[in-house]
Design a protein around this ligand. Structure first.
Ligand SMILES: [Zn+2]
Length: 242
């Protein structure tokens, strides 16, 4: 699905058992500076990602870089396979890099979590570490899509980042925000250990002039994006999450 010139959202079904639940990867097509994929699904989703890339007009081999918004395994899962098939460079925030590279165990994979969700054990076994080639700090400017700014948005994880594509005014929010049927919501509380920090991060996002928001879980928000950001913050204040 094309959301702006050169910006495509690629919805990948989370699993055959959950055909209605999608992970929304973003592809930034840039003929001059190379194509970029933002986030890489769960382990073993290579086939679906590859098909979505072909549908968007480029193959896996046409990827120049992969940016991870954060370390969670539904975002880095097929990263290692994608890198092998494309030699893309991998970019992520330094606070999440050691988890992505397998130096540290993914932050949310605790013995309690595995107890509650035993099916994650199998997913974890198939997770391959991915080497990070370049660190993305807050404020980094990337020469992509006419200018893309990296915004550090911790809370969901310490090294969570969002990307702001300045020309088309597209915000790739990762898991800093979620959406449902075009309506914007805050991050998933059960998966966001530092909720107060996450709301502070949304305050920073609300300073941007945004036309379109892409949420990894929930997809595209295009109606009154700025107003919806402010609404999410007001609701957090009312709920006392600050
Ligand atoms: Zn996620």
């Amino acid at each position: 699905m094309r959301v702006a010139n050169g910006v495509y959202v690629l919805p990948i079904p989370r699993s055959p058992q959950e055909p209605e639940s999608f992970l929304n990867l973003t592809l930034i097509v840039d003929e001059q500076n190379g194509n970029t994929l933002v986030d890489a699904g769960l382990p073993d989703q290579m086939e679906a990602i590859s098909a979505a890339l072909v549908e968007a007009g480029i193959g896996v081999g046409g990827l120049r870089r992969i940016i991870f918004t954060h370390q969670d395994l539904d975002h880095v899962g097929s990263g290692a396979t994608l890198v092998r098939q494309s030699s893309a460079r991998v970019l992520a925030h330094p606070a999440d890099a050691p988890y992505i590279e397998g130096e540290l165990r993914p932050l949310k994979v605790t013995p309690e979590m595995l107890e509650q969700r035993p099916q994650m054990r199998e997913v974890l076994e198939r997770l391959e570490p991915v080497g990070v080639d370049e660190h993305l700090e807050d404020g980094t400017h990337l020469n992509l899509a006419g200018g893309t700014k990296v915004i550090s948005t911790p809370g969901h994880t310490p090294g969570h980042i969002s990307l702001y594509l300045e020309q088309p005014k597209v915000l790739i929010a990762g898991d800093a925000l979620t959406a449902e049927d075009g309506s914007l919501n805050g991050p998933n509380p059960s998966m966001t250990p530092e909720m107060g920090t996450a709301i502070q991060s949304i305050r920073r996002l609300a300073e941007l002039d945004v036309d379109t928001i892409v949420c990894y879980h929930g997809g595209v928000v295009s109606k009154d994006a700025n107003g919806q950001l402010r609404r999410v913050i007001r609701k957090a204040s009312r709920d006392g999450v600050e």
